[in-house]
Design a protein around this ligand. Sequence first.
Ligand code: SAH
Length: 362
Amino acid sequence: MSLAGKLARRITVSGPISIADFMAEALGNPRNGYYTTRDPLGRAGDFTTAPEISQMFGELVGLWCADLWSRMGRPSPVRLVELGPGRGTLMSDALRAARALPGFPEAIDLHPVETSPVLRDRQRAALGDRATWHERLDEVPPGPVLLIANEFFDALPVRQFQRTAEGWAERLVAFGPDGGEEPRFRLVLAPVAPPLPGRLSARPGDVVETCPVGRSIAAEIGRRIAEHGGGALIVDYGYAGPAFGDTLQAVRNHAFAPVLDAPGEADITAHVDLSALLDAATCLPGVSGWGPIEQGDLLRALGLGEREAALSARAPDRAAEIAEAADRLAAPERMGRLFKAIAIAPTGLGPPAGFETAPHRP
Ligand code: SAH
């Protein structure tokens, strides 16, 4: 049975489900989830990410890691963890750049965290057998950690709450005819207690999103850094919340698609509340958060201009293509502003590279 069929039956039998449950099934169902069944990346897929646009992205992330590792006192081994590595492109570009710092490559112990079997195969092809894969961050062995996540948190399930004239309601996914049409997935409202404190200014119609799974992963990152030292760099499209707004979107074939219509066939994401992740990651003493800063500012601070010049000097016939990729990653009207970065590190290490002017204040 199709995933849509299974979800329709489940809802018919036991009632509407949260948007988070719908999203978790659509993306991660072990038999017919979107990520379980395909490699969605690249021109032939549904969307393209920064590391797939240019090797410069992963190389600069590798230099960010090398700098932090030096300042951590060069621990060996250091767990290099990536959440949701896609095709493994970012990691293999980062590892190549890491060779610039003697001793660093030998210290690295690689731990990709990936649930999709299809993408694990792609990652194995890119990274070889030196990595140890995990389904969840909490399976990664303890020890000093450098953690990277690009376009990972946007794929985690969100719940949505809507202010109504009578109070707060959760937006749930129901299945059925809507005034005589064919039955389909549609949103209904179910009264709930206020989802977050301090929302008194909400007006009827306002929507808030929360990402409980994202917050608990961020808390786990903070816990590891507090206990064992290290740092994390998280990049995603999103905002510095709290804020109102329905940001749920589906993408298929590089174009927006209806969110509820074809579970398992389209990528479903929500914009990431990067401040909420920082709050969750920094609740233990001794751990500081940095950002959010714009992706363009981060990449320029890490040396995007110099990398672009060096690559173009080596391959003059590709100079225009390299310049176009740098522009796409960093220009504010392209990916440079919508995509933002945050960092988490022990307070004693000071600001991670690129975050010097952007301490997070909870
Ligand atoms: N970071 C890559 C891929 C981004 S797509 C890049 O920038 O190109 C999202 C990635 O997260 C995919 O690899 C997907 O399979 C993985 N993913 C999604 N949900 C996950 C979860 N709950 N646990 C682990 N990996 C997950």
